[in-house]
Design a protein around this ligand. Structure first.
Ligand code: EPZ
Length: 451
């Protein structure tokens, strides 16, 4: 299905059955593309690239900074040449970056290549405040100076260049860990990062940087040590697969009573998800090519779990799983500890008949940093409920896909509006839905989907 329309009519109530393929991880590919800026010699080639809007944004940002980017015919292999890097026009960067948080990661590479970087005010999903104070704190420790301008930030490297630093993160932030890696690899001397995030996408980024010539040691207890080198070259790498998309399809299988083989799904990066999936009664079979997720019949079981940084249960798996939990028997409890405001999407589910209450207490085994701050970050879901069809407006990427799953599970016709937001992170999901036997039609509007 090729479309430029942004409202999807979904006639739900049918189990999704069949096979789909999941390609490279959005949250790795975008960072691996930024890393190409560090390679002053040779070309970088990245394979298993998904055709999603966020990749398109980073590709255009690289071009604005002087990098040449070519793609193969099927657009899943990208080749970048970053021998000449220039500062982009701030207005154009801002226009492009509107929906993305990736520009913040351009800082380190641009400081090394050009001595200065301009970063527009950031977008991204509205799932909390999403500040960038840790990023700026780390950059200052490398010796960068940061000046606020109207709608943007200017960052300057000192004349003698950035220096390695001892950095301790207050929280194992994914983006800040990536910021430190992308900056430390060419900084003078040694950088020691403690309380680092160690998500599989970060380890894959470290693999890319090592191919480029970097020296990075991942030590025990979230410590990463980086020895700065003088220069880096291009890389040749194949992205790890998207474990968020894979889990989303797994939840869709469960919520609709279906059976989906997700080609490309990877067990090792999904272990925490698979454990929860099994505990609630979901079936899965793991083979080399992927994972089959299915509803084995009978009642699904309720569960209590909390989201966490890796190796815990990812926050991005929470929203689709909550939809599946509306079909489980009894009370399930979910404690969201990564983002303070990631249950906004449950209002649409309540409108569809789901019984979900959200609380500001930490309803988990341990108190988190949001407990005392009145954020509604715990949810109790009581099921099973037959969801009713509804007109839904998509709030954010993962919440939006979850609404789509709910519409597919609901008996009758729903309209899901603003689905172009879902194109940011789910490749060809309209085609995939059709391949799984869903009854969906695009009905109106216009979106900017594409790679
Ligand atoms: C990445 O966001 C992902 N985005 C998110 O994916 C993902 O949910 C998140 O990591 C956690 O796994 C990309 O990779 C592009 P963080 P990031 O820094 O790096 C707080 C998706 O749908 N924080 O680990 O922005 C922050 O507010 C998404 O694909 C600060 O307080 O996440 C949050 O509570 C959305 N100050 C926590 O840390 C900072 O300077 C974790 O954020 C930075 C973060």
């Amino acid at each position: 299905m090729t479309t430029t329309e942004s409202v999807l009519k979904v006639r739900g109530g049918k189990p999704l059955k069949g096979e789909i393929t999941v390609r490279g991880a959005k949250n790795f590919v975008s960072k691996a593309l930024v890393a190409t800026l560090l390679g002053s010699e040779g070309e970088s080639t990245l394979s298993n690239v998904p055709r999603i809007r966020d990749v398109g944004v980073v590709k255009r940002m690289l071009k604005l900074h002087g990098v040449t980017v070519t793609t193969n015919e099927s657009k899943d292999v990208m080749t970048m040449n970053a021998q000449k890097v220039v500062n982009g026009e701030i207005k154009e960067i801002a226009q492009l970056a509107g929906a993305s948080r990736i520009p913040i990661l351009f800082c380190g590479p641009l400081l090394h290549r050009l001595g200065e970087a301009y970063i527009p005010d950031l977008g991204g999903c509205k799932i909390g405040d999403r500040p960038i104070d840790y990023h700026f704190g780390a950059l200052r420790q490398f010796g960068a100076e940061i000046e606020k301008m109207e709608g943007a930030v200017r960052i300057l490297a000192p004349d003698e260049g950035l220096k390695g630093a001892k950095i301790a993160l207050e929280y194992p932030s994914v983006g800040t860990t990536e910021q430190v890696l992308l900056t430390a690899v060419l900084a003078k001397g040694v950088t020691e990062l403690s309380n680092a995030a160690v998500e599989p996408e970060i380890i894959d980024l470290i693999a890319v940087l090592q191919k480029m010539g970097a020296i990075i040691n991942v030590q025990t207890d979230r410590v990463i040590k980086i020895e700065g080198v003088d220069s880096l070259k291009g890389y040749n790498h194949t992205s790890l697969s998207d474990r968020i998309e894979a889990a989303s399809w797994g939840c869709a299988a469960l919520a609709t009573g279906g059976d989906i083989f997700v080609r490309g799904a990877d067990q090792l990066s999904m272990m925490a998800f698979l454990n929860v999936f099994r505990k609630i009664g979901g079936g899965f079979d793991i083979v080399e090519e992927g994972i089959r997720f299915y509803h084995p019949g009978g009642d699904l079981k309720s569960i209590a779990f909390e989201t966490d940084v890796h190796p815990g249960f990812m926050t991005d798996w929470q929203q689709p799983l909550v939809v599946a939990l509306t079909q489980a028997k009894g009370h399930s409890i979910v404690h969201e500890t990564v983002y303070e405001n990631r249950f906004g999407f449950t209002q649409a589910l309540r409108d569809m008949g789901a019984q979900i209450q959200v609380y500001s207490d930490c309803l988990g085994s341990s108190a988190c940093r949001f407990g005392a701050r009145n954020f509604r970050h715990s949810a109790v879901i009581n099921g099973p409920t037959q969801l009713k069809p509804k007109h839904i407006v998509v709030p954010d990427l993962r919440g939006g896909f979850s609404h789509l799953i709910a519409a597919l599970a609901a008996d009758g016709e729903s309209l899901v509006e603003g689905i172009d937001l879902i194109d940011r992170g789910y490749e060809n999901f309209g085609d995939k839905l059709e391949a799984l036997g869903a009854d969906v039609t695009y009905v109106q509007g216009s979106s900017s989907a594409g790679a």
